[in-house]
Every structure is written in C-alpha cells, then in structure tokens.
Write a protein that binds this ligand. Structure first.
Ligand SMILES: *Cc1c(COP(=O)(O)O)cnc(C)c1O
Length: 392
C-alpha cells in the first residue's frame, strides 16, 4: 500500500495536511485555560455543522459505535422498546447493541439496497397506543449499501401519529458531508464520529442531544459511567472533561469545523454531490449497477457497486491494494463478495476522484470484467468539466 495515494474507503477518510498538523500537538495541561480555547470552539463548531440551535453537543473519546452506546444508555431503560429498520450492516450492528443492552427491539426487516420504510414505521407507531416505543432509531446513510434514507419522512411518521418516541439518528457517514438538519428534522440524538466527514483520525464519538433527549437522562436506568452525559456536562461547565481529554483530536475537530464552515456547508454538500455524480456516471459507463435501488436513495458519500454474478467483488479490493496501492471498501454482511465500495467523502477533489475511478477500471480489466479502460473516467470527466464550466 502506498501512503502517497488517497484512500477511497468510506472512512476513515483522507486527512487534509492542516488537520494532521492540528492533531499533532505538544502536551498541554488539560486543566489550564488553554484547553477551554480548544474545547468550546469545537463544541460550537459541531453544533453549527449539525444545523441545530438548541442541541447540546457531547464529545467522547471513542468512535461512532461508542456514540450509539451513549445515545442508548443515557436515555433508555432495560425493557424499553425501540423501533428500527435493518437494511444494512450498520443498522444491524446498532440493533445488536440494543439487544445486548436488554432493550426490546421492533425490527422492520428491510431489503438491503432500500431505505427506511417511513410508512411502515408509521403503521407500527399507530399500533403502539400504549406508547411503549421510546425511541425510533434511524441510520441516515447505510454505509454498507450506499443508501441514504429520508429522516424528515421518519419524523413526519412519528408526528403524524402524535407519538412521543424520540428520534435517534446515526449520521456517522453523512454528517459533515451530506445535508443533515438536526433541528428541522426533529432529531433528538445525532451520532457522528471523527474519522468520516470530519476528516480526522478515529477517536471521537460526536453527539448532539435535543432538550428532550437530555430530559430523558433523568429517568433512564441503563447503566452508564464513562458515557454519562451528565458527568460530561459538568466537565464542560468547568472547562474540562470528567477524565483526560484527547486534546489533539479535539484541536483537530475545532479546525475541522472551521474548515467546513469556512468552505460553507452548502458548498461542502454540493462538492460531495458533484463528486458522487461523477462516480455514478462512471458506474453506469462500466455497465454496472449500484446496490441502492433508486436515485433518491443514492448516497453522496459512498457507492456500493454490484459486480456480475459469479465474480467475487472482494477480488477488486485485494487487487487494487496489492497492485496499485489503492484502497477501496469490501462488501459487508449480506452483500459481501457481491459489491465493492467506493468511498467519496471527506477531503476529496474531482481530480482525486478521477484517479480512484481510473484505478478501479484497471483492476476490473485486469480481472477480466467486461469494462473498457477510460470509459468511467471519461463519463466522470464530463460531469466534472460541466460543473467547472457552470460553477455549480
Ligand atoms: C463507520 C460507521 C459507524 C461505526 O463507526 P466506528 O467509528 O467504526 O465505531 C456507524 N454507523 C455508520 C453508518 C458508519 O458508517
């Protein structure tokens, strides 16, 4: 593997030089005022990225998975019911975590390649006249299948039934790359991690809690210590953490938010959409199809690409690593061997993306797939040229 090439996996993502430098810091005393100058701007930056005015932000030394656990353990009690769709590896893992915490999970089995069925959720909520469902869990962007779900529609389903369930959203592979509106969509807990849209190394679970989710911590009885947001809130009030904070990562997060907000969230989302359009044009020029079944489901951060029957898609990923020093993502779970994934989020330009598409083409031709060298690259070039011309 070459360290010179960008990675095309859906996280961890490429790190801009400026963020690598921001993370690389001398030791400071985390009880000194210096730390407050890192912590508070980082919290404020995340709040803006989540597009929320009322959320409280919590950052734990962890990853997205720890963010799921933070959401569950702070707000729920053993035996509480939660409603969730299983439509990919990440929603499946969150469901597993719920079960291991003693929650009663209403799983709506949903075909991989499709999105969260809001209408089906509404039916289930309609039937829950006792309001025993305490939370609806939604994976905004299924990283395993490259499927984006409509979170606003899930919120409408809850509200139409006047159901009091909270809405928890896994935005690990969408936040800071695709439009995510914590306030507008009535999200009670948003979960992100440092190593995807924020372009940092893994190591931070990043969450937003609505006032309703914060209130739920008073009655929730699932055990929690390390991830207790009440301890964290007390820490923040004293300009610190309840334990030793990962100062370098937090400094990186502060700078990452500055970078994202400096580019402008609209522009960040538009860049991801444009790069993704180029990838999708390449996929169709190759004569291949996405795992995501309809255009409104297409993710702007990751594409899961189906390979022909009888071909092991994992070979493309292994070949790219061995021969060209380039990383793509393998298929996970139900779609293992059937798809390979191109991650296109974080610090990425059109030109970087073209190199990834060119590499994928070389691999597919090397492995005797019926793909013409240059076909996907040319299709993406057209997309990128047009938008450069029109400035969109
Ligand atoms: C990456 C990812 C996670 C898990 O994050 P970790 O940081 O590896 O714990 C959760 N959900 C989604 C949608 C992801 O893409």
């Amino acid at each position: 593997m070459s360290f010179q090439n960008p990675v095309f996996i859906p996280g961890p993502t490429n790190m801009p030089e400026s963020l690598r430098k921001a993370v690389d810091m001398p030791t400071i005393d985390h009880r000194s005022p210096l730390f407050a100058e890192i912590l508070h701007p980082a919290l404020a930056g995340v709040k803006q990225v989540l597009q929320s005015k009322t959320a409280e932000i919590f950052i734990f030394p962890s990853t997205g998975t720890g963010g799921w656990e933070t959401a569950l353990t702070n707000t729920l009690s053993p035996g509480d019911r939660v409603l969730v769709a299983r439509n990919g590896m990440f929603s499946a893992r969150w469901i597993d975590m719920c079960e291991r915490h003693g929650l009663v999970v209403e799983v709506v089995e949903t075909a991989w390649g499709t999105g969260i069925p809001a209408a089906r959720f509404q039916e289930v909520l309609h039937g829950d006249t006792a309001h025993s469902i305490k939370a609806v869990l939604a994976t905004h962007n299924e990283t395993a299948t490259g499927v984006k779900s409509d979170i606003a529609a899930v919120r409408r389903a809850i509200d139409t039934e006047s159901h009091p369930a909270m809405l928890f959203v896994d935005g690990v592979s969408s936040i800071a790359s695709m439009d995510f509106r914590m306030e507008d969509w009535g999200v009670d807990i948003a979960v992100a991690g440092s190593q995807k849209g924020f372009m940092l190394p893994a190591g931070l679970a990043i969450l937003g809690f609505s006032p309703k989710a914060i209130a739920a911590t008073e009655t929730a009885t699932l055990p929690r210590t390390f991830f207790d947001i009440r301890d964290m809130a007390k820490g923040y009030a004293n300009n610190g953490f309840p334990y030793t904070p990962p100062v370098g990562l937090l400094n990186g997060l502060k700078m990452s938010c500055d970078m994202l907000l400096g580019e402008g969230l609209e522009q960040v989302f538009a860049r991801h959409a444009r790069i993704a359009n180029g990838v999708r044009a390449a996929v169709s020029a190759w004569g291949l199809e996405l795992c995501a079944r309809a255009p409104e489901l297409y993710s702007d951060t990751v594409s899961a690409i189906k390979t022909p029957e009888g071909f092991d898609a994992t070979d493309i990923v292994a070949h790219a690593a061995a021969k060209y020093g380039v990383a793509f993502g393998v298929g996970l779970g139900e779609v293992a061997g059937k798809v390979f994934r191109i991650g296109h989020l974080g610090s990425l330009t059109d030109v970087m993306m073209l190199s990834g598409l060119a590499t994928a083409e070389m691999c597919m031709v090397d492995l005797d797939l019926d793909v013409t060298l240059g076909s996907g690259v040319a299709a993406a070039q057209e997309i990128y040229r047009q938008s450069a011309k029109t400035g969109e």
